[in-house]
Design a protein. Structure first.
Length: 262
């Protein structure tokens, strides 16, 4: 019988598009919409718990959130665990094992803390520790996200990606880069599936696939849209006393049925 991890790994053979969930309901809705796997967004999960993104979320809360998502869907789940909610390889491995026990098949692991890149060797050690648990590691490098540009950023990204793949990463996440020409060079230079962070007005999934990308995430953007809808509706209610903004939501009965759909 094919394991959920094998199913998840095979999804990277072509193009895996992941709308990022932040709770059980969003995960179940994404699955129902056709998502072959569900990823969580660390920032959106952090906001749900009343803290900012950036390794501020309590590890137990992050773990419980991931477990609820796993319980809500039948498809594989990969959890964004920021920098691992731990310091040092042994602690990272212990943290990742807890997520494995909760049923996730993969994790995102970042190579930046407090707005700066972690030294490449140390970051690779963390990737190796995480990969040693048997989960799929999507090793994220923030070279471009932190403002890197030009050939220097390209070379550092390739170097870090090679180190992470050698350490056992199944894929490499390069947020902050959507230039198709650079991506085509990058995907050719990295010996693993490359994950990018999509953006409104950016390349389409077809264009990214043609550039060699094999995984697309949307980060916190769907959660942000949900919150934007809530804010707009609340303002209309509170400032104008109108309730038309309540139209168009998912039906109460449909949401109730969502939890009885098996």
């Amino acid at each position: 019988m094919t394991s959920p991890l094998d199913v998840f790994a095979a999804l990277h053979d072509d193009l895996l598009v992941l709308p990022n969930a932040w709770d059980a309901a969003s995960a179940r809705l994404f699955e129902r919409a056709g998502a072959p796997a569900v990823a969580t967004s660390s920032s959106a999960v952090s906001w749900v718990h009343g803290v900012p993104d950036g390794n501020h979320l309590d590890a137990d809360l992050a773990l419980a959130a991931a477990a609820r998502v796993v319980a809500a869907v039948r498809v594989p789940v990969t959890a964004d665990i920021e920098s691992g909610y731990a310091d040092g390889p042994e602690q990272v491995a212990a943290s990742v094992r807890r997520f494995a026990d909760a049923g996730v098949v993969g994790i995102n692991l970042e190579d930046a803390r407090d707005g700066a890149l972690v030294e490449e060797g140390r970051a690779a050690e963390a990737v190796a520790a995480a990969a040693g648990t048997g989960l799929w590691v999507n090793a994220r490098t923030d070279v471009y996200l932190l403002g890197g540009t030009g050939e220097e950023a390209f070379a550092e990204t390739v170097s870090r990606a090679a180190a992470y793949v050698a350490a056992g990463a199944g894929s490499v996440f390069v947020p902050g880069l959507l230039d198709l020409a650079v991506l085509a060079r990058l995907t050719a230079a990295i010996a693993a599936p490359v994950n990018v962070l999509a953006a409104a007005g950016g390349p389409t999934a077809a264009q990214l696939r043609a550039a060699g990308v094999r995984r697309i995430s949307v980060g916190n953007d769907v959660a942000s849209l949900a919150y934007a809808t809530a804010v707009a509706s609340a303002r209309d209610i509170l400032e104008h006393g109108r309730f038309d903004s309540l139209a168009g939501g998912l039906d109460f009965g449909d949401m109730q049925t969502l939890w009885h759909a098996g």
